[in-house]
Design a protein around this ligand. Structure first.
Ligand code: GLY
Length: 585
C-alpha cells in the first residue's frame, strides 16, 4: 500500500526511522494541520472541498442537512442523534432522495465497539405477486413498476431511523426531529439549483395532483421560500407518537387512501406490520484494514468485499491509478461480482445466499485465476444475462462522526429521482418506486440495466435487492473512513474506487472522492467511464483488450468522512459532482 493519505495532503512525509525524526514529523504534521484548520475555519465549503474539524463531521448531499447534523452534535448529541436528525431533515430539504416514504440502510459503529447494520429496506405489500407488472401475454408493462402508488414498497426509513435513535442515540425524539420540523414549518429559501431542479420535475409531477399541490403550486425561483405544512404535520405526529405516528393513525390513513386512488397495494396491515431488521454488519478486510458494510438484503456489501478480496491479490499501488492495467483488473473484478449478484442475491429471509463462500478469500482466489491480464472476459462467458434498459436513479448517502469516535454511515433512497413522483395527499411526502428493484421478469433489466434472477422475484413481504453500500473502515480497531454513494448499480463500484484511492493510492479524501471513476456490472457488457477516467491511449489499449467503452457524465456522488489519527482531525468531503456540504464542529 502507498503512503498513508493526508501525509501527502498535509505535505508531511512517512515517519523516519529514528525516533527524533518521528517526533519532528509529528510536530510538523500537527503544525500544518493547525494552519490548515485555521484556513478552513468556515468549516463548510464548496462541494469537493476538503473540510476539517477537531470534534466531528457531518457530510451530506444537502448543506442544510449537514448543518442540522453539526448543530445536533454541537448541542451535545452523538453521531447517531445527528444522523437521525439529518435523515428527517433530508426528507424536507432533499426531495430527490431524502424521504419518509422510502427505505434506508444504516451502519453504526460506536466507539465502545457496539455495531449494527439496520435494514430499513422497503418490503413488498402482502398483495404483491411475481407477475404484477406483466400484461396477459407476459410482457413487461412499461413504467408500471416506476410510477405512482403501485410502484411503492412499504416504507422503512422512519422505523429505521427511530430504531437507530432508540438503541444508540442520546437525545429524545422531539429534539432530533425539531430541526426538520422547523425547516418544513417555516420553510427555507430555495437555492438556484434547488429551484431549477423542482422546475425540471414539473412535467413528471403534473401526473399527480397531490404532487403538484406540494411541489408545483407556483413557479420556483432562487430565493423563494418553500414551505411544506403537510409534511410538518406528518413529522409532528412522528415526534409525538414515534413509529405509531407514521405506521398507524392519520399518516397511515393518508397513505392507504393514496393507494386506493392510484391502484397501489399497501394496506393498513402492511404498514402496521412493517419492521426494520437490526442485523450484524458484514465484516470484510483489505490488507490491514477492517471493513463494516451492509449485508443482504443489500447486494452492496457482499459485492464490495468480493471485489476487494480479488484486488488484494494484486499490487494495485504498483500498477498505478487510472492505468489500463488497473482499469482492466477493476472491470474484471466488477464483472465477476455482479454476475454473482445476479445469480445468488435476494432477501435472505426468502433465498439461501452462500454468503460465507462469496466473501471468502479462497473464492476470490478462484475468481482471480479466471481473469486474463491481457484480455477482457466476455460477460456471456462469465454468466449469461439479458439486455439492458437505460435509466437514471437517485439515492443519497450521508456520513457522520462525533468527538467520541462514534460513526454512522447511511444510504437512503426513494429509488428513482423523487421515487414514483407521487406525493401522499395530506401527508406531504413522496412515495418510493422501489418495487422496480425486484426482478420484474427474469432476464429483463431494471432502470439501472441490472438483470434479475428468480432469487429477487417479487414475493409478499420480501425486501427487494439493493446496491446500497454504506461502509465504515477501521484501522487498528478505530474508525478511519465513513463513506457511501447514490447511483443505483454504480453505488458499490463507486465505494470500491474511493476506498482504493485512499488505501492504495494514498490520495487525500478530496482527491479520492473527486477522482474520475469507471463501472462494470457484467450485463450489459460495457465498461462505463467518466470522461476524465482515461486518456485516449488508455482507451485504445482497453478497447484492444476487448472492453466495450461507454462514456457517462458522472458515476456516483460520495459523501465521506476520514479520520487522520496522527493529528486527531476529522476530514469531510461532499462530492464535487453534487451540491452537498461537509460541516465540521
Ligand atoms: N434503489 C437503488 C438501490 O437500492 O440499489
Amino acid at each position: 500500500m502507498g503512503t498513508p493519505p493526508f501525509e501527502e495532503a498535509l505535505n508531511t512525509r512517512a515517519p523516519a526511522r529514528r525516533a527524533s525524526g518521528r517526533r519532528r514529523c509529528a510536530v510538523l504534521a500537527r503544525t500544518v494541520v493547525l494552519l490548515f484548520l485555521a484556513a478552513s475555519a468556515a468549516s463548510a465549503q464548496k462541494p469537493g472541498a476538503l473540510v476539517s474539524a477537531r470534534r466531528g463531521m457531518a457530510v451530506s448531499a444537502c448543506e442544510r442537512a449537514s448543518a442540522v447534523g453539526a448543530r445536533i452534535m454541537r448541542e451535545g448529541g452523538n453521531a447517531v442523534d445527528a444522523a437521525v436528525a439529518m435523515g428527517f431533515a433530508l426528507a424536507v430539504t432533499y426531495p430527490s432522495a431524502g424521504n419518509l416514504g422510502g427505505g434506508a440502510y444504516i451502519i453504526i459503529r460506536m466507539a465502545d465497539g457496539r455495531e449494527a447494520a439496520i435494514d430499513a429496506r422497503e418490503t413488498a405489500p402482502a398483495a404483491a405477486t411475481a407477475t404484477m407488472y406483466l400484461d396477459a401475454t407476459g410482457a413487461v408493462l412499461r413504467n408500471a413498476s416506476l410510477r405512482g402508488p403501485r410502484a411503492a414498497g412499504v416504507p422503512g426509513s422512519v422505523d429505521g431511523l427511530l430504531t437507530a435513535l432508540a438503541r444508540f442515540g442520546s437525545l429524545d425524539r422531539a429534539r432530533v426531529l425539531a430541526p426538520a420540523l422547523e425547516l418544513a414549518d417555516a420553510g427555507y429559501r430555495l437555492k438556484k439549483h434547488e429551484a431549477m431542479f423542482l422546475e425540471s420535475q414539473r412535467p413528471a409531477f403534473a401526473e399527480f395532483p397531490s404532487t403538484l399541490r406540494v411541489y408545483g403550486a407556483s413557479p420556483h425561483r432562487e430565493g423563494s421560500r418553500f414551505r411544506q405544512p403537510d409534511l410538518a404535520a406528518a413529522l409532528r405526529r412522528i415526534a409525538r407518537e414515534g413509529r405509531d405516528g407514521f405506521y398507524l393513525g392519520e399518516t397511515a390513513e393518508y397513505i392507504v387512501r393514496q393507494m386506493r386512488e392510484g391502484g397501489g397495494l399497501i394496506t393498513h396491515a402492511d404498514l402496521a406490520g412493517y419492521s426494520c431488521i437490526v442485523r450484524k454488519p458484514l465484516h470484510g478486510s483489505y490488507r490491514d484494514r477492517e471493513l463494516l458494510t451492509m449485508p443482504p438484503s443489500s447486494a452492496g456489501g457482499i459485492g464490495l468485499v468480493q471485489m476487494l478480496n480479488i484486488l488484494e491479490r494484486h499490487d494495485i499501488a504498483g500498477m498505478g491509478a487510472g492505468t489500463p492495467a488497473t482499469l482492466h483488473l477493476l472491470a474484471e473484478a466488477m464483472r465477476r461480482a455482479y454476475a454473482d449478484r445476479w445469480k445468488y442475491l435476494g432477501d435472505p429471509a426468502y433465498v439461501d445466499i452462500p454468503q460465507e463462500r462469496l466473501v471468502s478469500k479462497d473464492y476470490a482466489g478462484n475468481l482471480d485465476t479466471s481473469i486474463d491480464a491481457a484480455r477482457a472476459t466476455p460477460s456471456a462467458a462469465v454468466r449469461p444475462g439479458g439486455p439492458a434498459r437505460e435509466g437514471g436513479g437517485q439515492t443519497t448517502h450521508y456520513s457522520v462522526a462525533d468527538r467520541w469516535g462514534n460513526a454512522v454511515s447511511v444510504t437512503t433512497t426513494l429509488n428513482s429521482i423523487c421515487g414514483g413522483k407521487c406525493v401522499v395527499d395530506g401527508a406531504g411526502f413522496l412515495l418510493n418506486n422501489e418495487m422496480d428493484d425486484f426482478t420484474i421478469k427474469p432476464g429483463e433489466a431494471n432502470q439501472f440495466g441490472l438483470v434479475g434472477s428468480d432469487a429477487n422475484r417479487i414475493e409478499a413481504g420480501k425486501r427487494m435487492l439493493s446496491s446500497m453500500t454504506p461502509t465504515i473502515v477501521l484501522r487498528g480497531g478505530a474508525v478511519e473512513l465513513i463513506l457511501g454513494s447514490p447511483g443505483g448499480s454504480t453505488i458499490t463500484t463507486t465505494v470500491l474506487q474511493v476506498l482504493l484511492n485512499i488505501l492504495e493510492f494514498a490520495m487525500p479524501l478530496d482527491r479520492a472522492v473527486s477522482a474520475p471513476r469507471m463501472h462494470h456490472q457484467w450485463m450489459p457488457d460495457s465498461l462505463y467511464h467518466e470522461p476524465r477516467a482515461m486518456d485516449r491511449a488508455a482507451a485504445a489499449t482497453l478497447a484492444a483488450m476487448g472492453h466495450v467503452l461507454k462514456e457517462r457524465p458522472a458515476i456516483g456522488r460520495v459523501d465521506a468522512v476520514y479520520y487522520h489519527a496522527a493529528s486527531a482531525t476529522w476530514f469531510g468531503c461532499s462530492d464535487r459532482r453534487g451540491h452537498g456540504a461537509a460541516i465540521g464542529y
